[in-house]
Ligand binder design. Sequence first.
Ligand SMILES: Cc1cc2nc3c(=O)[nH]c(=O)nc-3n(C[C@H](O)[C@H](O)[C@H](O)COP(=O)(O)OP(=O)(O)OC[C@H]3O[C@@H](n4cnc5c(N)ncnc54)[C@H](O)[C@@H]3O)c2cc1C
Length: 533
Amino acid sequence: MVVEAMAGTIEGAAGTRGPVDLFIIGGGINGCGIARDAAGRGLSVRLAEQGDLAQATSSSSTKLFHGGLRYLEFFEFRLVREALQERETLLKMMPHISWPMRFVLPYHADMRFESETPTSKLLSLFMPWMKGRRPAWLIRLGLFLYDNLGGRDLLPGTRTLDLTRDPAGKPLREKFAKAYEYSDCWVQDSRLVVLNARDAQARGADIRVGTKVISAERREGIWHIVTEGPEGRADHHARALVNAGGPWVEEVLRNRVHVNSTEGVRLVRGSHIVTPKLYDHDRCYFFQGEDGRIIFAIPYEQEFTLIGTTDADHQGAPGDPVCTPEEEQYLCDFASNYFAKPVSRGDIVWTYSGVRPLYNDGASSATAATRDYVLSLDTNGAPLLNVFGGKITTYRRLAESAMAKLAPHFDGLSGPWTAGTTLAGGGFKPADLRRVIEDLARDYPFLTPSWAERMIRHYGLESRDILGAARSVEDLGQAFGATLYEAEVRWLMEREWARGVKDVIWRRTKLGLRMTSEEIAALEAFMAQVQQG
Ligand SMILES: Cc1cc2nc3c(=O)[nH]c(=O)nc-3n(C[C@H](O)[C@H](O)[C@H](O)COP(=O)(O)OP(=O)(O)OC[C@H]3O[C@@H](n4cnc5c(N)ncnc54)[C@H](O)[C@@H]3O)c2cc1C
């Protein structure tokens, strides 16, 4: 119910004048994951996102559901175990937007540890003659742990490759004769966020995009929150507040909620470059550097290769991180140490950059700062839960932990439920992905094989809702290039909160990689026209 008030509008839970149970600041993966979990337990939930869903860190990741092999070197066993366990749970929940990948880790004796890792310190103590090099037996031990720490059902284990014979050796320099191959998973990160928001909405949550939280204060045992959004300024009341502001978590704490806290966030920028496809197979590479860092090279959007990431303390505002020329060069040089054909800045077709909102634990280097999440509950009045750090991979577990922290404040709250409940479009088994793509291509013969694959890997079974009764491309309405048609755009606007062109071409899809500036301008004009009604 919306009640007119002097400052604008006062809004309580749907259909009541009272407060909502939970107000969430931030529509990244953590805010949307918590919204879904809470709504499914029967809480009334409202979420405010200042821009588009997943507009910040949650669309700028390396897009892996992974345990984080290198975090083993930092002895982050809890985090790695939880993340490894999650991979298969998540695969089953969303077999359309996530899928298994094999990672090829070429071995060479010159690879070194970062000198700060606990493993490297131990090794220097007991095997000083190694001079910081990573011995092969240690990598194999790490992979043994990786295979077994979290348990596996769907994902195959590690094997050793002879790169002189395996096709994975073909694009690499000759000095790489041996590699290890292990499993992790891919995820379409921004689609994951939107699908969580949609599921939360389907369970009663009120999701508001383009809505910034200006202030929040405790009065008479509840939160009074002011937002600025498309409907103007509005007041909201809530029993509990969740600060899932990602890189803004500290800003929200200090400037919106005005809470004095010693807790902070360390902003660590990670940038990626995208080039046309650098090799012809579907496996990824895990490259180790002589500086102790690692990067990935990953098949991307069918025709491209994604290379990243960097790791640098971010000094600017959290809002608009960019991949600097130095970072571009660093990634090209790193990859060129491995690929026989050097990668140069001229090969780059797109870059993106994100800021990791890591809990400030005083770690000495950006690479060494903990990747684990920290949830801090402030009960100095109505509860405030602050979310620091986290990974895409552990978002569901993070949401469960958030609910466990909040449970004492909500009588009779039900238990965890999200594992095993599929996201929209994901109602099939991971092993059936190929068949689902083929079925779509058969039923809509005008789709090219790569278009059918794109549809399923973005929308899964919901592709059929978008394509509807179409018998030819003409039935899909205006064409915007790169297989994007009016039917898909309208669906994204009606069902997935897409408002601007970037929401469609860089987050709900990655078609911006293939569209010309004229096509993008036509899409922009079309969306503006739809919005004007
Ligand atoms: C380069 C890089 C690579 C990564 N790779 C991986 C990976 O491969 N696998 C993995 O598991 N994890 C990865 N991560 C980590 C993962 O991406 C993040 O942990 C996760 O996306 C953080 O999500 P979040 O919801 O906390 O933050 P965000 O996604 O940043 O969301 C916070 C949201 O809060 C909103 N907000 C802030 N202030 C306000 C306000 N006042 N009012 C309303 N809204 C507000 C922002 O607009 C933003 O959208 C990577 C991170 C980076 C940077």
